[in-house]
Design a protein around this ligand. Structure first.
Ligand code: TA6
Length: 281
C-alpha cells in the first residue's frame, strides 16, 4: 500500500507498507526517513528532534547530498550538501511489484531557485525499492549543453544499539581523508568509534558490514568508490538543535558517495548512477 500523508504543518510524505517491510519518504528531498522489515528494528536512525519543516533537512534517514557534498568548493555561503535535500521532488512512479516489494520513483528537475545556486539543467531520479532490502538508486542525467561536475552522497544514518557496541568491517587497508585533521591515513583495523569521526574512505565496491550486538547491517554500493563514516560524538551532538545530546550514541552514518577524487563529471546527455543496497542480517 502507498499512502500520501501530510503533517499538521502540511509537510508531505509517502507511507509504504507491504507484507515484508514499511517505509516513509518525504517529498522534500526525496528523503527516506523510515524503513524497517517486519522482523527487525528500524534500519535507519531518525532524531527525536528532527525538523519536518519546509527548507530544513531532516536529521536522520537518508538525506541526499547533490550537486555537491559538504561545503561548496568555492562559495561557502551556498547550502552545505547542495540543494537536493531541501527541494520539493515530485512522485514520478509507483509500483507494487509483488506482496513483498514496492517501488517508488521521485524526480527533481531544475527550478529558478536551483539555477540560482547551480547554473545547470539536469534530470535527477531516485528509485526506492522497499522490500527485504532497501535499494536506493540515484540517477543524475545531464540535460544541459555542457558537462558538469558533481559530488554526491546517500547520507545514511544507521540505527545502532550503542556506539560502544559497533564495529565497521570492510574498510581495513583503505585510505581515508580525516576531515577533522585534513590529513590522509590508512585504516589498519576494522573500525570502532571512540570519538568524533568524520572520514572519507576511498574504497572498492566491496560490501561494508556494520556489526552490532543484535544484528549486522550490510551496505552494498555500485557507482561509488568513496564512503563517509560520521559520528558527531558528544560536543557536536550538543551543538545540534535537531539532535538529542545523547543522540550520537544510537546512530552511525555510512554514506555511499562520489566525493573528493571520486567526484564525477557527467557529459551532455550522459547519466551517472549511484546505488546502495542495505539490509539487516
Ligand atoms: O557526512 C559528514 C558531514 O559532512 C559532517 O561533516 C557533518 O557536517 C554532517 O555531514 C552533517 O551535515 P548536516 O549539514 O546535515 O548537518
Amino acid at each position: 500500500m502507498i499512502r500520501h500523508k501530510a503533517l499538521h504543518n502540511g509537510f508531505q510524505y509517502i507511507e509504504i507498507t507491504n507484507a515484508c517491510a514499511e517505509a516513509k519518504i518525504a517529498l522534500q528531498g526525496a528523503h527516506v526517513f523510515h524503513y524497517k522489515t517486519k522482523d527487525n528494528d528500524p534500519l535507519l536512525w531518525l532524531s527525536e528532534e528532527a525538523f519536518f519543516e519546509e527548507g530544513k533537512a531532516i536529521r536522520g534517514g537518508i538525506p541526499l547530498c547533490f550537486p555537491w557534498f559538504g561545503k561548496h568548493k568555492t562559495d561557502t555561503i551556498l547550502p552545505q550538501h547542495g540543494f537536493a535535500r531541501t527541494s520539493l521532488w515530485s512522485l514520478s512512479k509507483t509500483e507494487e511489484i509483488d506482496k513483498d516489494t514496492t517501488e517508488v520513483q521521485l524526480q527533481l528537475l531544475p527550478t529558478p531557485e536551483t539555477k540560482a545556486l547551480w547554473p545547470y539543467d539536469f534530470d535527477v531520479r531516485l528509485d526506492v525499492l522497499v522490500g527485504s532490502e532497501l535499494t536506493m538508486t540515484l540517477s543524475i542525467t545531464n540535460t544541459d549543453t555542457k558537462p558538469f561536475e558533481i559530488s554526491l552522497a546517500l547520507h545514511t544514518y544507521f540505527n545502532i544499539s550503542d556506539v560502544d557496541n559497533v564495529v565497521v568491517e570492510g574498510l581495513k587497508g583503505c585510505a581515508y581523508f580525516d576531515s577533522l585533521e585534513d590529513k590522509t591515513y590508512i585504516q589498519k583495523e576494522d573500525l570502532t568509534i571512540e570519538e568524533e569521526v568524520d572520514r572519507i574512505y576511498s574504497k572498492s565496491a566491496k560490501d561494508v558490514i556494520l556489526q552490532d550486538t543484535h544484528r549486522n547491517i550490510v551496505l552494498r554500493s555500485e557507482g561509488s568508490n568513496s564512503l563517509v563514516v560520521w559520528n558527531p560524538w558528544v560536543e557536536k551532538a550538543k551543538q545540534m538543535a535537531d539532535m538529542h545530546d545523547e543522540g550520537y550514541r544510537n546512530m552511525l552514518c555510512l554514506e555511499t558517495g562520489n566525493i573528493r577524487e571520486d567526484a564525477r563529471t557527467v557529459e551532455v546527455g550522459e547519466t551517472h548512477v549511484l546505488k546502495a543496497v542495505m539490509k539487516s542480517s
